[in-house]
Ligand binder design. Structure first.
Ligand code: SF4
Length: 377
């Protein structure tokens, strides 16, 4: 094993010396910036994450800037990246560092691991890159490289694999250069030993690679089939009065927490009789309404695929004479501030963090009609 580990490490470093891709967070020693980049890259491709990293670093150059920013502003900068809990956790952890730790970033693996939103992988990356501590990273790239090189069959989405692979990754780590080693294996997995069509003919590890020798490269790593995604059906009533629209902030404990949406009625399936449904929606949200409500349009279904759910949404747009300064009904969670109930049309996209599906509806069906004096759909 010792010989194989040495062969593996040396091959990785050789490969990295020739193929390392320059990125703004590589070689960075500031733990705050490393943390920021790692959180962005948790569920995002490098190409997409790059612009967000640069924007966040320029708007919030230090952890203190991030901690003192309003959460909504941070969410707004995050819009389009998805998995908004990452932004909420970043913000909360920044406040913890600034207000409870005098602005001093944690320096040990265990302390870093306790930051909100930081798991084993991110803690190992920060600890090794910023403080040169000997903790091996284990992400999808590392699972793939190890599974192929050592010919390991254990399905990687199981807890057994987590133990097996993290012990192996730790054994292979170069204790003298943990940060450089972690960067090398991540880059190698992303570009040489990639999921499809790995470049085995240029691979410095080919001579020792079990998967290549046994012609199993396409079969590894193994994965158990994922559970089917939950399907959810959202009916949105979008109540306008001139250029004012009703919005609300989503509650904690469900997808899209703290983002903004319209009046939502969740149902078990999308109904077919849509006109009838529009009447029901109005009664649902304005049960005692004496004001005028006119249906302007029905749009969708729109679809958004999340990690464990698929959201199907229909948008019903209404013009109403209802009093916009009052909460719609008990369907809105309390306590909410006055501004949570209304927004000007131009503010919605510019200021409020929105789920992707709502931003798409807004861009396609509302903004193009914005310039018309009378608001039609
Ligand atoms: S030989 Fe191919 S499968 Fe094996 S480690 Fe190299 S790139 Fe990956």
């Amino acid at each position: 094993m010792v010989e194989k580990a040495v062969f593996f490490r040396e091959g990785l470093f050789r490969w990295h010396a020739q193929h390392s891709r320059p990125l703004p967070w590589k070689g960075e020693r500031d733990p705050y910036r490393i943390w920021l980049s790692e959180i962005i890259l948790q569920q995002t491709r490098v190409e997409q994450g790059l612009a967000y990293y640069e924007r966040l670093v320029s708007v919030y150059p230090t952890v203190e800037h991030l901690a003192r920013a309003p959460l909504e502003e941070v969410l707004k900068h995050w819009q389009g990246l998805g998995y908004y809990s990452r932004a909420r956790n970043l913000h909360r952890a920044a406040q913890h560092i600034v207000f409870e730790r005098n602005g001093i970033f944690p320096k040990t693996f265990e302390e870093i691991r306790q930051l909100k939103g930081v798991g084993d992988y991110t803690a190992a990356a920060i600890a090794s890159f910023a403080f040169n501590l000997p903790y091996a990273v284990l992400d999808g790239n590392v699972y793939r490289v190890l599974s192929r090189f050592f010919g390991i069959e254990t399905p990687i989405n199981t807890s057994k694999a987590q133990k097996e692979f993290s012990a192996l990754a730790q054994q292979l780590l170069d204790p003298a250069r943990p940060g450089a080693y972690n960067q090398a294996i991540m880059d190698f997995g992303a570009s040489c030993c990639r999921p499809r069509q790995p470049t085995c003919n240029e691979c410095p590890l080919a001579a020792g690679c079990v998967a290549l020798q046994e012609n199993r490269v396409g079969e590894l790593p193994r994965k158990n089939p994922p559970l089917p995604k939950q399907r959810r059906f959202f009916l949105y009533a979008v109540f306008f009065q001139g250029d004012i629209v009703w919005v609300r902030q989503r509650p904690l404990g469900d997808i899209w927490a703290n983002l903004y949406e319209f009046a939502l009625w969740e149902v078990n399936e999308l109904p077919k009789e849509l006109d009838q449904l529009a009447v029901q929606l109005t009664k649902h949200f304005l049960p005692n309404a004496s004001h005028l409500v006119t249906l302007k349009g029905i749009h969708g279904p729109y679809r958004q695929i999340l990690s464990h759910q698929v959201i199907h949404a229909l948008f019903f747009t209404f013009e109403t004479t209802a009093d916009l300064t009052q909460p719609l009904s008990s369907h809105f969670l309390e306590p909410l501030t006055f501004s949570s109930y209304e927004a000007r049309i131009e503010e919605v996209e510019q200021k409020l963090p929105l789920p992707k599906i709502i931003a798409q509806f807004w861009r396609e069906k509302v903004i193009p009609f914005r310039k018309k004096e009378v608001f039609h759909f």
